[in-house]
Write a protein that binds this ligand. Sequence first.
Ligand code: R1P
Length: 292
Amino acid sequence: MAHTLSATDLILNQDGSIYHLNLLPHDIASTIITVGDPDRVTEVSKYFDRIELKKGKREFITHTGYIGKSRISVVSTGIGTDNIDIVMNELDALVNIDLDTRSEKENVTTLNFIRIGTSGAIQPDLPMGSLLASSHGIGLDNLMHYYQCGDRQVDSGLTAYVNNYFKSDNLIPYIEACSSDLYSKIAFDIPTGITLTAPGFYAPQGRNTRAKQVYNNLLTKMLDFHYKGQVITNLEMETAGIYGLANALGHRALSINAILASRVNFEFSKQPNKIVEQAIQQVLERVVMLDE
Ligand code: R1P
C-alpha cells in the first residue's frame, strides 16, 4: 500500500467523513459488531446503555454507544463481500490513516470485528436456532484474490485441500481463519465449523431458480468436503471476506451466525427474528467481557 493516499484512493466527503460509511475517526469504537441487515443495527444498539452516535449512508448504518464501560460500534454491511471490501477498508482508514495528511499513522490500531449474521446449515446435525462460530471462511467469491494474505496463516494441509477441492469445478477458493484470541474469549463454547462464503444467494449456494445452472450438485459437493474431521457447516455471504481483510489489515475478526435454515432438511425457521435476538444477546454478553 502507498504511504500517502491520493484523493481518489481515499475519498472524503465535504465534512471530512469517509466516503461510503459517512463516519469520522472518533465516531467508531475499537470493538465493532458487523451485521448484514441495516435493520439489525437497532436490534443490537437497543441493548446499549447509552447511544452516542447514529449515522448512515446507503446500507451502511452505524450506531456507537456503551454497555457499561465498553464502547461498542455496530455497523451494517449490507449483503456480500463487495460491501465487506468497503466496510473493512474504510473502518481501517478511520483508525490507521491520518485523514488530514492522507498518510499511514506510525502506530497501527487493531480493531475487533465480530459479525452477528444469519446463515443456512448444510450439516444435518446443525439445528435451526443454533449459533455457529466460524473457525475459517472459505471464499468462493473473488475478493481476496486482490489482496495479499496477512500474517494469520491457515494450516498448510487444509489450505492445499481447499485449493484442490473445487478445481474440477473451475472455482478458485481462498481460505482465511478467525482470530484465535477473539475465538477463545467469545466463542469457546459455541459450536464451530468452516463457513462457506458464496458470491450470491441462489445458484452460488445451490438454490434452484428458473435460470439453468452450471453446477447441479454444489450442495453435495460442499457436504462431501472433509479434512481431518473438519467439514463445511454453513453457507452465507460475508465471513471469508471479513476474515481475509481483517488479516490483511492486521485486525481481529470472528464471525458468529444464527442458523435460520437447514438446507439439507429443506427447512426455514418460522421464528427467524427470535433466533437472531438470542444470538445478539449471547454475543453481546461475551463482547462486553473483552474489556474486563
Ligand atoms: C442473505 O439473505 C444475507 O443474509 C446473510 C447472508 O450472509 C447475506 O448477507 O447474512 P446477514 O443476515 O448478516 O445479512
